[in-house]
Design a protein around this ligand. Structure first.
Ligand code: AMP
Ligand code: ZN
Length: 139
């Protein structure tokens, strides 16, 4: 499955260049062109699926295998002390390229990057009610 106007599909088809780090039958990994931190890379399934909710869960095993190998190499090459692995689904969560992908971002304890600020529930009951609402909707 591929999409003619998708930038990651174009990279996968070799129509657009990338700084490739890894490739196998299921996934490809390359440097992010706009790094949050030096060494920021992406792991991308070859099949075009818009978000994590659209892809077969089994593909996740291939993604994780590649993320482990590439992530270890990024840490070794940059000397990073840590590495964030995350991905964005839908525009409200910051997704810009609608071909599912994982970000690998090398981190140092003093790098100043604040990823999120945590809040709190008004009460324990509020959290428990929301947990119940989520459980009820699980398919
Ligand atoms: P997201 O916001 O999760 O959709 O992330 C999309 C990422 O793709 C951004 O971090 C971009 O810098 C990156 N990106 C977009 N175009 C390219 C490209 N041609 N080569 C490498 N990375 C890209
Ligand atoms: Zn695509």
């Amino acid at each position: 499955m591929s999409q003619s106007d998708c930038i990651f599909c174009k990279i996968i088809r070799g129509e657009i260049p990338c700084a490739q780090l890894y490739a196998d039958d299921h996934v490809i990994s390359f440097m992010d062109i706009g790094p949050v931190k030096r060494g920021h890379a992406l792991v991308v399934p070859r099949e075009h699926h818009a978000t994590v909710f659209d892809m077969p869960a089994e593909l996740g095993a291939h993604v994780m295998g590649a993320a482990q190998r590439v992530g270890r190499a990024i840490m070794a090459a940059t000397g990073a002390e840590g590495l964030n692995i995350f991905q964005n689904n839908f525009a409200a969560a910051g997704q810009v390229v609608f071909h599912v992908h994982w970000h690998l971002i090398p981190r140092f304890s003093d790098d100043g990057l604040e990823l999120w600020s945590q809040g709190q529930y008004g009460s324990m009951d509020e959290m428990l009610a929301l947990a119940e609402a989520i459980r009820e909707r699980m398919d």
